[in-house]
Structure formats: C-alpha cells, structure tokens
Write a protein that binds this ligand. Structure first.
Ligand SMILES: NC(=O)C1=CN([C@@H]2O[C@H](COP(=O)(O)OP(=O)(O)OC[C@H]3O[C@@H](n4cnc5c(N)ncnc54)[C@H](O)[C@@H]3O)[C@@H](O)[C@H]2O)C=CC1
Ligand SMILES: CC(=O)N[C@@H]1[C@@H](OP(=O)(O)OP(=O)(O)OC[C@H]2O[C@@H](n3ccc(=O)[nH]c3=O)[C@H](O)[C@@H]2O)O[C@H](C(=O)O)[C@@H](O)[C@@H]1O
Length: 419
C-alpha cells in the first residue's frame, strides 16, 4: 500500500521540518499538535520555532495545499510521532506525551496503517506504544515482541539531526529503522525513502532505540573526558587547549572541546535513559553526566577566585563589574534551553552585588530568569569590554572569536578562545 497521506504528531523542532520534507516530496501531510498557537501559525504558512530554511519549506508546503495542521488526529496511511520525551523525578524517562499521542490517534487507525515513533526513547518504548494502541483498539492486531505480523505496523526511527542544520541533515543523514517485525521495518524504509537520500539501515526496534541513546551518550562521555582534562590541567597550570591540540596530533586520538558544561535538551537528558534502565551497569555513562553537570560549579569557583583577586587589589565587591560573554547552550545559535552559560549567569546575578553585563549577540532582550535581576544589563561587546573588571567567556560565538582578546580584563575563558 502506498503512503499518500502522512500524519505527523508533534510539530516542534523535529516534527515540523519532517512534515515539510514529506510535502517537498509530494506527500499530503496532516500535522497534529496540541499547541493551538502552533497549529494556527503553521496554517498561515508561518513557523513558531526558529530553524534555518524551515520558514521557506513550511510556506511552500502550506501554499501548495499539502500541509494542514490540526489539534485532532485524522485518518492517514502512516503516522509519525515526534512528541517530547523529557525526564521526570530522579531522571526517569517521561513517556506521558507518547501515551497521550497514542490514545489520541488510536480511534482513527485502520488496517494497513504504519506508525513510526521518532521521539528519543528508552529501550522498550516502541513495544509499550504498541501495547497502548492495542489496548485502545482491540478490534485491530498490533505486532508483539514475538514478531507476528499484524494489521498495523509499528517501527522506531530515531532522529539525529543537528539543530541549526536540520533541513540538510534530514535529507542527507543515514536513518536507523527499527521494526517490531521485519515487515514493519520494510514499510518504514519505504516511507522514509520519500525524502531521505542517506541510507535506511534496518534493525529491530530495541536496537534502534538503544542506538539513538548510544550516540548521545558517546558524545556526553567524550565531552566529560575533555571537561575533566580541563580541571586536571588547570591544577597543573597547563593550557588545556594546547594540550588537546597536541594530543589530537596522534593519529588515533580525537578529544572534544572542554566548556562550561553540557546544555541543550538532548545530550544532557538522553544518557539518563540508559542509566535509569541499567543503573548497576551504566557506571561510565552516569559518571560522565555527573562530570558535565558539575562543570558550571567549577566555573563559578573560577569566577570567585577572580573576584577575590580583584578585591585583594583593592576593589570593593559592589564596585566590581563582571561581563558574561555568551548565554546560549552552544555557539552561533539563539537557543537558551538548558544552557549552562545561562545557569552560570543567573547564579552570578543572584550572588554578585555589583553589575553584571551580559553580551549575547543572538538575542534582543534578556530572558525572563535574568530580567528580574536589577543588576544585569544586556550590552554589546565594546560596552562590556570597556566597563567590566572581570570577563567570563562562556560561549565561543563567531563574533567573539573575531574580537581581539580583552586582555585588560581579568579573564575566565571556558572555551579557550582568548587564552
Ligand atoms: N530538537 C532536536 O534537536 C532533536 C530532538 N529529538 C527528539 O525528538 C522529540 C521531539 O523533540 P522536539 O521536536 O525538539 O520537541 P518540541 O518540544 O520542539 O516539539 C514537540 C511538539 O509536540 C507537541 N505535543 C506534545 N504532546 C502532544 C500530543 N499528545 N499530541 C500532539 N502534539 C503534542 C508539542 O506541543 C510540541 O509542539 C524528542 O523526543 C526529542 O528528544 C531528537 C533529535 C534531535
Ligand atoms: C551525537 C550528536 O552529535 N548528537 C547531536 C546532539 O545535538 P546538540 O546540538 O545537543 O549537540 P552538541 O553540538 O554536541 O552540543 C551539546 C552540548 O555539548 C557542548 N559541547 C559540544 C561539543 C564539544 O566538543 N564540547 C562541548 O562542550 C555544547 O556546547 C552543548 O552545550 O543531540 C541531538 C539530539 O539528539 O537532539 C542529535 O540529533 C545531534 O545529532
């Protein structure tokens, strides 16, 4: 059976670009989202999130009549689920969004449908999804763990795109397609081939779930290694940036870059899904999370040391101005979600009696969490450089790298661009 109509459930950073990619390949897409503002905005041909080139793709899809958004699932040939999977409590995966999506789409399911889960999920989530659907639709058969063929096919296909490069990577990246049965995988491959130019590689659902978590845990562990090295190097008076450059001249060494911590809502979240389900075994992965989570505290200690030096040189706390360079979670984006740089700025604002000058070239106004602090002002680079006593570099944005190092300030440089 051909996939003429595809329904994408969850029209956020992943679902909306995917919906637009299907439309660009000529498919009809019914986008479903519980956020009324998102639905209205998309139906006007506009976007409610920022991702380069997404606006043009959504505008074209809506204007050609191929993309329509709604808050209620409707019948389609294939359903793709891209809802959030945060963690709750003590780092347990929160599958309630997937459960809600399953319950909402169950009534419109028909024999021959394909359902693909794209949300980053713990191992076993796809089986759980099939179980929720089966409970809601006893008149249809769903694949079981045993691999028996069923009326509705269910597969897991993780998304691996890099924010900022989503529209290109969606098309070019290889896809790992985990079917609950080989037939499920085969049909999901057929669906993705509509727009994916990378290879579609077939496996089972559990392996595909673990593959996604493994990719992000791999990166987290490697960043933790770099962050730990930076702390050890500091103790020995060694420049970690030079150290990493030199070690990386070995043909089989490739160390990542230390920084103020790990941000964003993926690398800092997904490894916990492994730790939660294998707490005894996932020792390295847990430790990496702890190392990366503790890095902002180490940075605060460095700032405290710089403040102590300035005080020893005769300056009073309340007359000390600190410039914070960068607030986003990584360079050259405007995304402040789960940003260690923002957390550090917030703590500094709360603790420091003097002025805090925030420099973030990608935003026009301070985020709410900093707005309420009367001592924090958003300024440009030259103002911060001219007025501050201490400079805290937290994000290696391109415009910062292009500036001459403000060496007249006492510098705490967490990205090694000025040291
Ligand atoms: N943003 C990224 O760079 C990447 C995200 N992922 C994963 O993709 C999944 C989605 O992430 P994002 O798109 O970033 O999240 P998002 O928060 O940008 O979008 C999710 C959308 O789902 C909607 N939603 C929530 N519950 C719903 C329901 N029951 N029915 C319909 N819509 C519902 C929300 O209103 C929201 O618009 C997550 O599991 C995430 O870990 C994977 C790779 C990259
Ligand atoms: C394995 C991998 O590269 N995963 C990607 C990742 O996207 P994300 O933008 O969160 O990753 P990132 O660029 O590594 O940044 C995460 C955090 O790590 C920090 N970071 C990154 C690299 C480095 O050498 N040092 C460092 O400190 C960044 O500053 C940032 O705070 O997570 C995405 C996701 O799963 O949402 C995934 O789709 C992307 O492909």
């Amino acid at each position: 059976m051909q996939f003429e109509t595809v329904s994408v459930i969850g029209l956020g950073y992943i679902g909306l670009p995917t919906a637009a990619a299907f439309c660009a390949a000529g498919k009809r897409v019914i986008g479903v989202d519980v956020n009324a503002r998102a639905v209205e905005t998309i139906n006007r041909g506009e976007i409610h999130i920022f991702e380069p080139e997404l606006d043009v793709a959504v505008y074209a899809a809506v204007n050609k009549g191929l993309l329509r958004a709604t808050d209620t699932p409707q019948p389609a040939d294939a359903f793709l689920i891209a809802v959030p999977t945060p963690f709750k409590g003590d780092h347990q995966p929160d599958l309630s969004y997937i459960e809600a999506a399953a319950k909402a789409l169950a009534p419109v399911l028909a024999k021959g449908n394909l359902i693909v889960l794209e949300s980053t999920s713990p191992v076993g989530a796809t089986e759980q999804l099939a179980a929720w659907l089966a409970a809601a639709r006893p008149d249809l058969s769903f694949p079981q763990q045993t691999g028996v063929e069923a009326d509705v096919n269910v597969a897991y296909c993780p998304e691996r795109v890099l924010p900022g490069h989503v529209m290109r990577e969606l098309i070019e990246n290889d896809r790992i397609i985990g079917g609950m049965t080989p037939r499920c995988a085969e049909r999901a491959c057929e669906l993705y081939r509509a727009f994916v130019r990378g290879e579609c590689i077939v496996t089972d659902a559990r392996t595909a779930e673990m593959c996604k978590l493994t990719e992000n845990a791999f990166r987290d562990v490697n960043i933790a290694f770099a962050n730990e090295l930076s702390i050890i190097s500091d103790k020995f008076g060694i420049n970690v940036w030079e150290l990493v450059r030199l070690a990386n001249r070995h043909p089989r060494v490739n160390i990542l870059q230390p920084g103020p911590g790990v941000g964003g809502h993926c690398i800092a979240v997904d490894p916990w899904f492994i730790v939660d389900s294998a707490p005894e075994e996932a020792r390295l992965i847990r430790t990496a999370r702890e190392v990366n989570n503790s890095k902002p505290h180490w940075v605060m200690d460095k700032v405290d040391a710089a403040i102590a030096e300035a005080k020893a040189a005769g300056k009073e706390d309340k007359h000390l101005t600190i410039a914070v360079f960068g607030l986003s979670f990584k360079p050259d984006i405007d995304d402040l979600r789960e940003s260690p740089a923002l957390d550090i700025a917030i703590e500094l604002a709360a603790r420091h009696p003097g002025k805090v000058l925030a420099v973030e070239p990608h935003i026009d106004a301070l985020p709410d969490k900093l707005k309420s602090s009367p001592n924090v002002i958003l300024v440009d680079f030259p103002t911060a450089s001219a007025q501050a006593d201490i400079g805290l570099l937290l994000v290696d944005h391109k415009p910062f790298k292009e500036q001459a190092a403000p060496t007249h300030l006492r510098l705490v440089d967490t990205k090694g661009i000025w040291t």
